[in-house]
Design a protein around this ligand. Sequence first.
Ligand SMILES: [Zn+2]
Length: 394
Amino acid sequence: MLSEEEQREQEREKRQEERKQERLQKQIERRRKLEERERKSVKRASVFELGMMIFVSNKIREVLEKSTEENAKFNEILAKSLVDLRKFTKKESKSLKKDVIKESKNNFEENKNGTLELIQEATKKKMNGSLAKHIAYVNPQKETAKRWKKYIKSNANTYAIGKDKLPVFFTKVVQEEVKNVVGGKSTIDDSCRKAISKLAYSGVKIVEYDTGVKRNVDVWVRQQMQYAEKESSQEINNKCAKDLGVTVFEFDAHANARPSHKKWQGKRYDTQGKLYPSLYELTHGEEKDYGCRHFAQPVWDIDMPYAYAKEQLKNIDTKPFTFQGKKYEGYEARQYQRELERNIRALKREVILLDNQGLSSTEAKIKLKHANAVYKAFSSEMGDRVHNDRLRIG
Ligand SMILES: [Zn+2]
């Protein structure tokens, strides 16, 4: 028989374990909702990307056909098609911007309410009634609209194919290919095929205004949304924690995080640096790294055990495995999986663009079939599912 004290201790442990599991479930649910919210906007970005590529490849053919017929007029034809390209880009990116702003306003309202609900649940003992006074100033929707307006420019120079901005890419390709066609080195079909391959593998990239960094439109939209959601949830949490005198926060954790972030995921910091290291001492600012999905929740009850035990954190990553003679583990496996996904999207675009021009897509289709099989096999070795949403292109 257990003593009364031992029984109480056991019950306490059981309750703590239950609360811990609840917290873990909520973190997983939070990530799932975020992905669900992202999906629509990312899909919209892919539609934009594909539409741009179809337009560009059709325009390249048009210029090649016209200029090889009336060689003397090449510069005139090129200038006219650059005007068309700029007009089209302006129209399409305006409509993308409008749709993304609309979608993300809904997303952020939902995110804000979700964050507040979690806080309310976790602090019901301490907080009396309305949260409104704690978060009156937080308006992520307004910030978001500003962000998209700032970054999605409707200027053709905002976009790039490969290394070159869109108008430069277009000019270079047609100048070179007109020479090839006129010089008898290439047929118009072959030249178009070459251009399509370049387009498909690069995708349409967005050039970030202040840094000059280029990212594919869909990737960029997804990361901007993640960033804004994370910032706004963190802001609400920080404000409420401050109001209630809570200074300790705990990071969540996920499998195959980048190695530098693995060191601090699942751990705690104290904004006062008393009970735990300060945020900076813990992460050295790495939680602000581009695309980082780590999020810190206030620890409302300091006696609560960590959501992830040390042992769990140690074993959170994909186990090392060998695929086609090469060894993969953790972060590296995730990176390679992403590469395979990018490759599949590129091949899908290539098939669509070739079909659109009435060119044979048989070879690209065979490559695509092979790429899908490799991806499926790799993901299965990794113990992961096939992420169909990441393979879609529009
Ligand atoms: Zn991270």
